[in-house]
Design a protein around this ligand. Structure first.
Ligand SMILES: Nc1nc2c(ncn2[C@@H]2O[C@H](COP(=O)(O)OP(=O)(O)O)[C@@H](O)[C@H]2O)c(=O)[nH]1
Ligand SMILES: [Mg+2]
Length: 249
């Protein structure tokens, strides 16, 4: 799976630091299934005093009670102005986010969406501006600089086509969520770690699950790679139910 591209690495520290004075709030999108692993810690110092709104996205795939705990945990952070739990692919996300921000920030409202790769930044931004102006998915877009999008509703959105890059590139949660690539020999390890948090009744043991599916190699033994790939792909499609990969301390 592709994750990020050199041409996308433009929204770096420098860009964010330079643009922060012109932005009324940064919307940091994280994956609700792993809100700590998918936060970008350096962001806080880059944006200075500019308010930070945290979006727990892909909430429909996360364990609702874990997400509630995460929201409360993040709200307690004095650096965080607001926390919004949503599903960017759902049309209701727009009113939810606009309402929350409008209650806390006076106009003119100039927002910028930031976050790690694949957390749903482009999906959310498109939702907010009401059009498919921003390319989503794993395909690399055209390399271009930051630009303001003014949908005509009084809000202004800064499209930072680049993404912030994760510092921990071998974190199994980031790998399972598709934020960072899985190395050629790491697929089974990531899937094994994932099975430790999946509901045992749904998955059972790694081996048993693969055998039940009939994933056998030539010698009749379990095809471990295929089993691992199937576990990851079904997890990403929500086939194991609503699963969170970490809980707040
Ligand atoms: N299930 C689910 N998928 C989402 C959600 N938001 C975004 N996605 C998907 O996640 C993938 C990455 O989204 P994208 O907006 O390109 O992420 P970006 O790299 O942060 O800009 C795409 O396949 C989206 O359709 C969501 O709330 N729920
Ligand atoms: Mg994007």
């Amino acid at each position: 799976m592709a994750n990020w591209y050199p041409g996308h690495m433009v929204a770096t520290q420098k860009t964010i630091r330079e643009l922060a004075p012109y932005v009324s709030g940064f919307v940091e999108v994280v994956d609700a299934r792993a809100p700590s692993a998918t936060r970008h810690r350096p962001l806080g110092s880059w944006i200075g005093k500019t308010p930070l709104i945290v979006v727990l996205n892909k909430a429909e795939l996360a364990d609702p009670s874990a997400t509630q705990h995460w929201a409360a945990f993040l709200r307690a952070d004095p650096r965080v102005l607001a926390v919004v739990t949503l599903t960017a692919t759902d049309p209701r996300a727009r009113r939810l986010l606009l309402g929350t921000i409008a209650a806390r920030l006076a106009p003119p409202r100039r927002l910028s969406v930031v976050g790690l790769p694949n957390v749903g930044k482009s999906t959310l931004l498109n939702r907010m501006v009401g059009q498919n102006r921003v390319a989503t998915g794993a395909k690399p877009g055209l390399t271009r600089g930051p630009q303001w999008i003014r949908p005509g509703d009084g809000w202004e959105w800064l499209d930072l086509p680049g993404v912030v890059t994760p510092s921990k590139t071998r974190d199994w949660r980031l790998q399972a969520l598709g934020v960072v690539a899985i190395g050629p020999d790491e697929t089974e390890l990531v899937a094994q770690q994932l099975t430790t948090v999946l509901d045992k009744e749904m998955l059972g043991e790694f081996e048993a699950w693969g055998l039940k599916r009939g994933y056998l190699s030539n010698g009749g033994k379990l095809d471990r790679l295929r089993t691992a790939q199937a576990i990851l792909s079904e997890f990403r499609r929500g086939k194991f139910g609503r699963v969170s990969l970490e809980a707040p301390e």
